[in-house]
Design a protein around this ligand. Structure first.
Ligand SMILES: Cc1cc2nc3c(=O)[nH]c(=O)nc-3n(C[C@H](O)[C@H](O)[C@H](O)COP(=O)(O)OP(=O)(O)OC[C@H]3O[C@@H](n4cnc5c(N)ncnc54)[C@H](O)[C@@H]3O)c2cc1C
Ligand SMILES: Cc1cc2nc3c(=O)[nH]c(=O)nc-3n(C[C@H](O)[C@H](O)[C@H](O)COP(=O)(O)O)c2cc1C
Length: 763
């Protein structure tokens, strides 16, 4: 096979090597525009796993690379005048130049033709003598851009500015240094990559960049400024630029995130950064490029595969890995782009948040890396929660939490879940057992299902309500049971179905209208949930008065029933949510249009409830923090304002859900997928939040809480299947202080023993 590799970076060189190793008869030409010793950048980092992959593919170059790697374990985070050091992180680094020289030498030895100072043309016609053309010409690939429409290229230019410097200062730990200037925060990512050199990437947001005058400063002045800002880390060493040919402002880059739907077109194949990029803060670009190269060479040389089959397999397999890394890289990029959110944290929590920013490193990963440090975080978290020094480490999920006069024993919450099992709105024995069981299961706080404020405010005929004396008595029985047999606090979620009312019970089809006996529905505007649902009547002021009165009565009845807390359901497309989202609120009066107007009625309801609910008891509000419809609907930025408005109206907790407000929305699901919204509302709005949505392991809960991404974590579906989720989590973490109903103590002890034994065997 005759192959042209356009670009002699890690991807192009390693692909050439990998092809030759599999069949020395291949003729491979690598065309590189630079000289063999020119290169941008300084060091690159890998994980041990990548080195193992390299060794398996080519033990010769792998061994040289492994021998020359600088290895370090510690991460230092410098912020607010403190240094937080954690260990066990296991990084290795090598100079980019040295890596390329090793690969060039190995490629030559295997018979690859290297053509330096050769600008590769972007037209396929220039390469018609070759069977395959590999676009390994990096993130700015000219040939990819030339055939852009065939690759489905999506490029996002990220907002922060960065400069990739080198320095002779040798950093013993991977160093993150955050410094405040008069124009804003500026920080460095620094690590050693050989005996006497380190990479030193300086990053900041565009406002700080312009504020410091870097948008018009020549390089020598910019370098001098950075050296002054980071003087205490550099110990008199200079920052070295290898982009001196560029005017000062142009040497500062914006990271470009590149995704391509397809990686091949005719006989042209994208490899490495030309196909995809991963933000430098997770240090995986070179790893991806090298692993792409191995895979592509492997499939092209596999007997029995046509070229089409080989390319399909290459993309199918690599795409998954790339998407996972790009996902983590996006989280990490966003963390640095929204740094302001976390700067009010104490240094220890700031460092924890930084270390877990990509969501690939969790609480338990950190324990494996550095148990002492993690236990320090746990002690700090418990001390904060208990308002006194605590010497014993304990999982963050088992820290108490106070909302007004109510203290919950731990941070686990049973999320509201409609059971559709009431008759005439009246809860029954099913509900007694259901809530009773979940209360005994150890969660600090349990929520009722959406309990409706009127018969027509129900979603389905099976929905529970609180508008008659019988219902109050039935709820009282359940509340008393919960209080008598558990330490759980009990929150009543109050709601009105609005446009999504008069539908079948969940398991007969969500949001599907009843076969018969439908009741009229109302909403902010005459926008039906779907073409099959009723067109709701736009609410009049008289309707509003009636609904406010119903919520007030329900709140009073909730007090009579003995609930500890009340939540207003203003999410998921129900009545109040139909006002908040612009997708369903088409009103032109003072209840539609601006956010202030759209919030007017929901806030009026909330304030009226707050006025009759005792001051010492807390209230929360559930919101959909993202309509998943881009700027057409509620965005997370707007959700911060929504949260603030409810807190000003007296809410103590924002229960941050998302979506279900527009039938055609496009949610992005995944582990903890709504937690970023709870994080944004909490840390940008400085509000108290509860996260919910695909949180299912104790490790998720602990990571969210310790990183300050939310104050409470709610789990819904995990509790459907396992009412004892919290007790099981306590046993798994060998945490003994949790309340266990006395008759169950034996079971708890046995579970803890068995789990400990299993963990020992696994270790
Ligand atoms: C600031 C920063 C820090 C980074 N840190 C790390 C890290 O720590 N770890 C890590 O793994 N990755 C890191 N990366 C990413 C890493 O540099 C890339 O992901 C990796 O180099 C991709 O390899 P590649 O061969 O695909 O592309 P490149 O390394 O970009 O190589 C492309 C080559 O093609 C050549 N070329 C381009 N156009 C032409 C043309 N028309 N004709 C001929 N030659 C051409 C270029 O000169 C270049 O040599 C970092 C990137 C940045 C920007
Ligand atoms: C069966 C079921 C019923 C639900 N009913 C309600 C409800 O009444 N009120 C509410 O706010 N959310 C309701 N939800 C949403 C959950 O509270 C939660 O936000 C969602 O299921 C995501 O959390 P999870 O991934 O832990 O299940 C319901 C979810 C399920 C599965």
């Amino acid at each position: 096979m005759r192959v042209a590799c356009l670009g002699g970076g890690p991807a192009g060189l390693y692909f050439a090597i990998s092809m030759k190793l599999r069949d020395s008869a291949h003729r491979i030409d690598v065309f590189e525009r630079n000289r063999s010793d020119d290169t941008f950048g300084w060091g690159v980092v890998f994980s041990d796993q990548t080195v193992e992959n390299l060794m398996r593919n080519d033990a010769v170059s792998g061994a040289i690379i492994a021998r020359e790697f600088a290895h370090w374990d510690d991460i230092d985070v410098h912020v607010h005048g403190e240094t937080i050091r954690s260990c066990g992180h296991g990084f290795i680094g090598i100079g980019r130049k040295r890596l390329l020289n090793i690969l060039q030498e190995r490629a030559r030895e295997l018979g690859v033709e290297l053509h330096f100072e050769h600008e590769a043309g972007p037209d396929l016609a220039d390469w018609r003598d070759y069977d395959l053309v590999i676009a390994a010409d990096g993130a700015n690939s000219r040939i990819r851009d030339r055939y852009e429409e065939h690759f489905g290229v999506d490029i996002q230019v990220r907002k922060n500015k960065f400069f990739w410097f080198g320095t002779a200062k040798v950093f013993e730990a991977f160093t993150f240094a955050f410094e405040k200037t008069e124009a804003g925060w500026i920080w460095a990512h620094a690590y050693r990559f050989d005996d006497d050199l380190s990479t030193f990437i300086v990053e900041m947001d565009p406002e700080a960049w312009a504020g410091l005058g870097l948008d018009r400063m020549e390089q020598p002045d910019a370098i001098a400024l950075c050296e002054r800002i980071f003087a205490k880390y550099l110990d008199g060493h200079e920052l070295i630029s290898n982009a001196t040919h560029l005017p000062g402002p142009q040497a500062w880059l914006n990271f470009r995130r590149i995704v391509c739907d397809r990686w091949d077109y005719e006989n042209l194949i994208l490899l490495g950064d030309a196909a995809h990029t991963a933000h430098f803060s997770i240090g995986s670009g070179t790893k991806l490029a090298l692993e792409d190269a191995i895979k592509l060479a492997e499939v092209l040389n596999r007997p029995g595969l046509t070229r089409e089959m080989a390319l399909a397999e290459y993309q199918a397999e690599r795409n998954l890995e790339v998407l996972k890394l790009q996902n983590s890289a996006r989280n990490s990029t966003e963390w640095f782009e929204t740094l302001d959110r976390y700067l009010h944290f104490e240094p220890i929590q700031f460092a924890y948040s930084l270390l877990t920013r990509s969501q690939r490193v969790s609480h338990e990963n950190l324990r494996l890396r550095d148990r002492d440090w993690l236990e320090g975080v746990e002690r700090w978290f418990q001390s904060q929660a208990q308002g006194r020094p605590v010497n014993e480490p304990a999982p963050p999920m088992f820290a108490p939490f106070r909302l007004r006069g109510m203290e919950v024993a731990n941070r686990v919450v049973v999320s509201p879940m409609a059971m559709y099992s009431a008759e005439e709105g009246c809860p029954n024995d099913f509900h007694l057992v259901h809530y009773g069981e979940r209360a005994k299961g150890g969660a600090g706080l349990i929520y009722t299902e959406m309990t409706c404020v009127s018969p027509e405010g129900r979603i389905t005929p099976g929905c529970a309500g609180i508008y008659t004396p019988e219902q109050v008595a039935a709820w009282r029985r359940i509340v008393d049971f919960v209080h008598e047999h558990s330490t759980a606090k009990f929150c009543l979620q109050l709601g009105h179905s609005g446009p999504k009312g008069s539908t079948k019970v969940g398991w007969e089809g969500y949001d599907v209208p009843l076969e018969g006996g439908n009741w009229p529905v109302m909403a902010a505007s005459d926008v039906p949930w779907s073409p099959d649902n009723q067109v709701p009547r736009p609410m009049t002021r008289a309707d509003m008065d009636e609904v406010v009165a119903q919520f007030v009565l329900a709140t009073e009845l909730g007090l009579e029933a003995g609930f500890d807390m009340v939540e207003l359901h203003a999410a998921h497309g129900y009545l109040l949510s139909s006002f908040i989202t612009p997708l369903t609120n088409r009103r032109t009066d003072e209840y539609g249009g601006s956010l202030e107007n759209r919030l007017r009625f929901p806030l009026e309801v909330f304030r009226a409830m707050r006025a009759v609910w005792p001051a010492e008891k807390p209230m929360s509000v559930r919101i959909s923090a993202n309509d998943w419809m881009g700027d057409l609907g509620v965005t997370p930025d707007e959700a911060v304002e929504i949260g603030r408005a409810f807190v000003e109206a007296g809410a103590d907790l924002i229960d941050v859900s998302a979506g279900q407000t527009w039938a055609d929305c496009q949610p992005i699901y995944g582990r903890m997928f709504q937690t970023p919204f709870a994080d944004q509302i909490r840390n940008e709005g400085r509000l108290t939040t509860m996260a919910v949505g695909n949180i299912y392991e104790p490790d998720h809960a602990n990571s969210i809480l310790a990183a300050g991404r939310a104050d409470l974590v709610a789990l819904a579906r995990p509790h459907l299947i396992d009412p004892m989720w919290t007790l099981r989590a306590a046993a798994a973490q060998d945490y003994r202080q949790v309340h266990v109903p006395p008759p169950y103590l034996g079971g708890m002890a046995q579970l803890a023993r068995n789990l400990a034994r299993e963990a020992e065997l696994k270790a």
